[in-house]
Design a protein around this ligand. Structure first.
Ligand SMILES: NC(=O)c1ccc[n+]([C@@H]2O[C@H](COP(=O)([O-])OP(=O)(O)OC[C@H]3O[C@@H](n4cnc5c(N)ncnc54)[C@H](OP(=O)(O)O)[C@@H]3O)[C@@H](O)[C@H]2O)c1
Length: 250
């Protein structure tokens, strides 16, 4: 069986690649930049133009589609790019699409596009599994807790996250890849739902930082949806590694 991982230079793609070392899959990777680990077959492809997609998909049985572009050309990559990829993957046995918890509730452009991409896949004839995960630990840390301002984390501290370990999610995707295509399957959430302020305090304590937390409120529906935890799923606390454990080990 041959597996293709798109977005092989990204956070999730790289992690899946690491897990593939222990698998029986023949592996092909694709992205625009070359991955650091060139021990597998790699082909250049661009979802924006379609260049290289034909070759990327050739002779492949399973695809994990970890390529994405949340900001630049997001519609052209998340939706049209997926359409381009699917049109070349008509004979695939299993297409796996990692999505995000709450995309149908949260008023954020990238999430709306992911919802559109889910629908595109659901309406296609390609056998697929869609699995929504909560935000990765590293993503939340990098976005909100990597740049203190004058020794303060200035953050919307009341918003909630149920962040999850990207390694656990990558492993889960590989397990799903060996099962029958399931359509939309259960969400994959982290073990705890905590506020961003609590996450910041954990980081300060673990790293013995002198930084303080300065909470701010933000206007608008996007802020409100994260405040209400629309990005969480309390009935799917599947991941085991807590944010605190992630911080201690990274
Ligand atoms: N980050 C999170 O917290 C999170 C949580 C839940 C689900 N997810 C989902 O998991 C998936 C992977 O996310 P991630 O955080 O790992 O993303 P990422 O780190 O931003 O990686 C994106 C990948 O897409 C590739 N890419 C970008 N533009 C491309 C193009 N035009 N053509 C081909 N490849 C392109 C990039 O490689 P090149 O630039 O080399 O082409 C890169 O390898 C996404 O579907 C995301 O929605 C993410």
């Amino acid at each position: 069986m041959k597996i293709l991982v798109t977005g092989s230079t990204g956070q999730l793609g790289k992690t899946i690649t690491n897990h593939l070392k222990d698998s029986e899959y023949e592996v092909k990777l694709t992205s625009r930049r070359k991955p650091e680990d060139m021990s597998y077959e790699w082909v250049y492809s661009d979802l924006l133009t379609g260049d290289g997609l034909e070759e990327a998909v050739r002779d492949v049985d399973v695809i994990i589609h970890a390529a994405t572009s949340p900001v630049k050309n997001s519609e052209l990559i998340e939706v049209s790019g997926l359409e381009r990829l699917l049109s070349r993957a008509q004979n695939i046995q299993h297409f796996i699409y990692p999505s995000i918890v709450g995309i149908d509730q949260i008023p954020y452009k990238y999430y709306k596009l992911k919802y559109k991409a889910e629908a595109l896949l659901e309406n296609s004839s390609v056998p697929h599994t869609i699995v929504r995960a909560t935000q990765f630990h590293g993503f939340v840390e990098k976005l909100f807790l990597s740049k203190p301002l004058f020794k303060r984390y200035v953050i919307p501290g009341s918003i909630k996250f149920q962040s999850v370990d990207v390694k656990e999610f990558a492993k889960h995707l590989l397990e799903l890849s060996k099962e029958e295509p399931q359509g939309r399957t259960d969400d994959f959430g982290g073990p705890d739902i905590v506020t961003l302020s609590e996450m910041a305090e954990m980081k300060i304590k673990i790293n013995n930082e002198k930084n303080k937390v300065m909470n701010v409120s933000l206007p608008g529906k996007l802020y409100k949806s994260f405040l209400e935890g629309e990005n969480t799923n309390s009935s799917q606390k599947t991941g085991k590694t807590t944010f605190e454990e992630y911080l201690r080990n990274n």
